[in-house]
Design a binder for this molecule. Sequence first.
Ligand code: ADP
Length: 482
Amino acid sequence: MKLTDPDLLREQAYIDGNWCDAISYDTVVICNPANGRPIGKVPVMGAAETEMAIAAAEAALPEWRALSAKARGLKLRRWFELILEHSDDLALLMTTEQGKPLAEAKGEVTYAASFIEWFAEEAKRVYGDVIPGHQDDKRLLVIKQPVGVTAAITPWNFPAAMITRKAGPALAAGCTMLVKPAPQTPFTALALAELADRAGIPPGVFNVITGDAVAIGNEMCSNPLVRKLSFTGSTAVGIKLMAQCAPSMKKLSLELGGNAPFIVFDDADLDAAVEGAMISKYRNAGQTCVCANRIYVQDGVYEAFAQKLAAAVAKLKVGEGIAPGITTGPLINSDALAKVQRHLDDALQKGAKLLAGGKPHALGGNFFEPTILTEVDASMLVAREETFGPLAPLFRFNQVDEVIHQANDTEFGLAAYFYGRDISLIWKVAEALEYGMVGVNTGLISTEVAPFGGIKSSGLGREGSRYGIEEYLEMKYICLSV
Ligand code: ADP
């Protein structure tokens, strides 16, 4: 990997403005999922180092909180600019440790930076409220204050954006933060810390710690100095963390698993629906929590849609993300590959038909062929579990109410999509879908200006938009007797 700025490859954790080794000096080697080659090593830290980082975040809090919103916003703005200036290096780091195609990695860097930019601006708009008093001598005020020290645990599928989506609002609100990135993708996180340092974010305000997820997570959840945890990852881990945070009553944001339905009605623009399905299903090799997991196609257009989708899938180019023209990188590891295979085998055994792909890619390793299954039904694993891979299962439906019921028949409620043109149908379906986000005639809904998040087992809270900063603020009511 040839970085223009080699100092962006950091092999130590970033605590209190210093680059640190583990107390034990233990390290772990991180490998490229596309070819298994080592990239570098990072410290294996645990509870003791986490406690130190929390203490640093606590010590940095009074000064950071006391800065004017504009002053904090200017530092964040500088961080945003530096991220963009180094976007080529950040994208290369990301592709090397995560596997996504370079063009997608560049897109993620821009997306990640946009959260810092947005919240740099929002810092100045943390408004309070004045409420007409309930008695002659009373004036009632509401002010918003930062929650304090915050912790973030992030996943590997978006190594930059899942961090900035949390750190942006936290720092803008006047909180300090400690981040534990996913073990697979520490280098993007550490490069972001290097750029935060260069941007003049003071020591202790933003910290990144690598190592033992369980030990670090335990300390983050149990340490009373941490007032909020923001987690993006699986529902199973989210539930554990929520329970661990209960004794110290922490504020929580949880962005968990999804099982997104993608519905194509008879009157849909089929070419647009195929384009949306391609983006929603195959982006990041199917490894996003908002990826279409179940594609429901109405009887009248089922065959036509399937054929058009197969033609689009035939154009995908699988390979190492750094090579030109690649659209589909490797899966993150062999477990991810095994899950796709398990979903595929289960569906085929229960009567689904293979329309495209259907096996590990000839490149070997963690590569899997972009796959389409038809005649999929609710008895199959793919109907209930998130595949998190390049497998598109096509379900057939006839009635609108039937598909709404099927779409909602899941514990998850993150993103849903549908394509149709009848305006009354659009309104009815958009309201009926039990999801935090609904894309209508589009397969791409993520933006820093809109509230991202789910309901049911997909989590709590929203990230991005003007609502995102509220997650890092406490409301204080002041009753003033005059
Ligand atoms: P995935 O299956 O996508 O890796 P996880 O929920 O396992 O999703 O991981 C998301 C993040 O949660 C990662 O940073 C991982 O290290 C972390 N994590 C996993 N298990 C725990 C745990 N018990 N305590 C704290 N963090 C955890």
